[in-house]
Write a protein that binds this ligand. Sequence first.
Ligand code: ZN
Length: 459
Amino acid sequence: MLVKYAKYAAERGKKTLFVVPGNLLAYNLRQKDHVEAVTWHKLIGVRPTEDGEEATRAINIQDYQLIVFDEIFTYTMRQQARIKDFMEKSRDMWDEQGNYTERKFFAAGDTFQNLPREKLDVPNPRAFYNDNMARLFPAHVDLRVNKRMDNEADRVRIETFKKDCFSLSRDEVAAKYFTRIYDAKATMGKAICFTNKEVDTVNSVLHNRKVAERKAQNESVHEHPGSPTYYIGMILCCRSQLKSKGKVFYTNFEYRIEEITEWGAKLWDFNADQVDDSTTSEHLEASFTQLLSHFKPNYAHTGHSSQGLTFDSAVTIYGHNNWHCTSEWLYVAGTRTRRLADVYYFRGEPQAHGKTESEFLNNVRKKIRSCLEADARAGRRYEPNTEMTEADVLKLLRTVKKDTPTEWHLTCPSCIRDMQIFYDNGDEAQYSIDRIDSTLAHVKGNIQIICLRCNKAKH
Ligand SMILES: [Zn+2]
């Protein structure tokens, strides 16, 4: 949509610059959509360091009349504040004849996705992000439905898929829309995993499979003592920022192995062809030790790191049945391809959470006890035998429970986020028994289950 708009603007002599959170996204936009695209860091001229960030040369935006922030909902509140500053400073522009024009800013993104990784002390973070975005871009947010699916039937189907994500259990959704695989070795295309641990496991299975395939086809692989096997063209994802030979590798950015030397590897940055950029045009180098400690293969991604990416290949989803997995996560993972028929899911053994049903019941009883004690302390009185019972609470818990009988998975009805039934002390994502009318005690009919965060925000 915005790419079309940019092309339309270009025909009228206006240049557009796309701004995205990651280097691979920028690269894909340049390669596939033939638009100019830079990373967010490059736009404002900073780069992250271990203890904060340092200034670097920002891109010259002189010629761009339109600036489009893509994947806008992946930015943290702090980054959004910087975008606001940037827009205020860069709004004014003069053309060659010295006439004033106003630079235009647009944003695009999907509101139905994972929230940025930051803790916000607000009752409904999703609404908070959306409101803030509406303030930043009052008239120019392009909320997209889904632009990836390449056929009409899938575009219709994806709407049902989205609804089902919220009304069915995640296992039911996966079974309804995707094809099941039983063995990680049978992973189709890219893997999207819920946890980093799954990313590591799946990466190693897929890397071994790939290396075996290359060997079978007499394609070269590089085996260096004490180091994993690499091959030319292999893509590595940087786990944590690294400075090597004066160049910086960024966290979550992707690099391609161009050459393997005695010392390590020469890598190509997907931003090497980025507009107005001399800092990343050369090859970067990392030693074997650095490769091992700072990079991972990119066969598997987390849901967060796959946000905004479109894979031409198939996708296999791992961990949709995880306790903490959300409907949004499954939706993001299930919509990275161009055809729903290209989505697979892995379903092995249920997640071992190491907790039993009896531990769960003990926890419920403990919670009820402490609520009734709080009522007594606060002097909230009630008629005998009207106080909530274990059966009442279990019944309510069942209404906010979304998964199969063997797996408890709760969603807070107030903020639609995950609610934990096993939690660390003080974790605000734990379920809590809330008094609907806060002047009354924990009596039958006056209780509901919401997360502790929402509960605290209410009282
Ligand atoms: Zn909540």
